[in-house]
Write a protein that binds this ligand. Structure first.
Ligand SMILES: Nc1nc2c(ncn2[C@@H]2O[C@H](COP(=O)(O)OP(=O)(O)OP(=O)(O)O)[C@@H](O)[C@H]2O)c(=O)[nH]1
Length: 381
């Protein structure tokens, strides 16, 4: 009797944990920008899990349709909501078909639990396969994201472990004795209920961590990226430049700089308007990025002037890169043609970043003076 009470308590605690985590997510959500998606689903999911755990806890005290059918359907709905939230969070919302499939399965469960009169073990197998399947699917989606962090790894591992426990119970269910029920204190049931309790709590913590990590990345992007073109901001450019210059000295490797300025850009604005001018800038940066290979970076120095930092690139290679960028302009027939002039300089020993950029700027000045749409290299003397 005592053991049964304890298992019932664990089930109730699962719900309370879910409820608390929903509260945390609710307040987090209000302070997060609307550009972070999926938080609504992540708030609703533990609340639905709470309702499910509450109904399970009331088993024997309320009609079976509620404590079994509805409880299971809600448990599945909670897992599906978590999954749908994750898809939205990673900007890949579930298609209408996938959503219809998920909710159709939920409805089927409700009907199955209502009308199936066979052994309890088969119900457990059926539900376990569904819940374990959704959990494994969820873990896979998170672990496959290209940007991995502690938060994504943590959440994926928690989901994988919880699904393993659910599936292990499901596969052992057809062999359990006919008298066994949810609150029979067998080792499998204890592990299962504890797994559910901690799984709900830790998955919710994982989603909070993922949302915080996303926010941090968003803020970092706002500070380091120019909002129009996506190039580095001037400040981020200098921070990266100082670090690259120090690295090039330490490792005795070359570092080159390009100073790029669009030609007669004012005319583009004057003749076609500022919006078209903006599109020309965005197009130019996209083409320059397509030419540059990591670890090279492009920063917006000001207006229509850009600086490219080319680590591990000597003077001859830098000249070739500059020529490729120059040749890539005026390729979009939808946009007014705007060429670029480029100054190139390669770091001398002990030269400061400012001095290096000034030399590239002198090359740019010369390119403009010589008629524009050309590359001028300031060779070390
Ligand atoms: N559309 C748009 N225009 C910008 C932006 N930032 C600066 N500009 C414009 O860029 C123009 C730069 O003009 P200038 O410095 O005279 O240079 P230019 O016309 O390209 O002439 P040269 O550099 O001598 O070839 C100015 O008209 C600025 O208003 C921007 O973010 N968007």
């Amino acid at each position: 009797m005592l053991d049964m009470l304890e298992l019932r308590t664990i089930s109730g605690v699962t719900g309370v944990m879910g409820c608390l985590m929903a509260l945390v997510m609710f307040f987090q959500r209000r302070s997060y920008p609307p550009s972070i998606h999926g938080l609504g689903h992540w708030t609703a999911a533990p609340l639905v899990a709470f309702a499910s755990a509450l109904l399970f806890t009331l088993r024997g005290m309320v009609p079976e349709l509620l404590s079994l059918g509805l409880a299971n359907a809600l448990m599945f709905a909670g897992a599906a909501l978590f999954l749908a939230g994750t898809y939205r969070f990673f900007e890949q919302p579930l298609s209408a078909r996938a959503q219809a499939l998920l909710w159709g399965i939920g409805l089927l469960i409700l009907l199955f639990m209502r009308f199936f009169t066979g052994p309890y073990g088969w119900r457990v197998l059926f539900m376990g396969l569904l819940l374990g399947g959704v959990g494994a699917w969820h873990a896979r989606i998170i672990s496959r994201q290209p940007m991995q962090s502690f938060a994504t790894r943590f959440t994926a591992i928690v989901l994988a472990l919880s699904s393993t426990i659910i599936l292990a119970r499901a596969f052992s269910a057809p062999f359990m004795s006919p008298q066994e029920g949810l609150f029979t204190p067998s080792p499998m049931q204890v592990v299962y209920l504890l797994g559910l309790a901690f799984g709900t709590l830790l998955t919710s913590i994982g989603t909070v961590l993922m949302a915080s990590e996303h926010l941090r990345q968003e803020l970092e992007r706002l500070v380091t990226r120019d909002s129009l073109t996506g190039a580095l901001t001037r400040r981020a450019l200098f921070t990266t430049g100082e670090a690259e210059l120090a690295r090039s000295r330490r490792q005795g490797r070359p570092l080159s700089v390009l100073m790029l300025d669009l030609d007669h850009f004012k005319q583009v604005n004057d003749q076609h308007g500022h919006v078209v001018g903006d599109r020309v800038l965005v197009d130019f940066v996209a083409r320059a990025h397509a030419v540059l290979r990591r670890p090279a970076v492009l920063g917006r120095y000001g207006g229509e002037e850009f600086v490219a930092l080319l680590p591990d690139t000597d003077a001859a290679q830098a000249l070739a890169v500059a020529e490729r960028i120059r040749a890539s302009t005026c390729a979009d027939p939808e946009l007014p043609c705007c060429h670029v002039s480029i100054g190139v300089a390669t770091a001398r020993s002990q030269e400061s970043l400012d001095a290096l950029i000034n030399r590239a700027d002198a090359g740019l000045y010369q390119a403009k003076a010589q008629g524009r749409n050309q590359v001028v290299q300031q060779l070390a003397t």
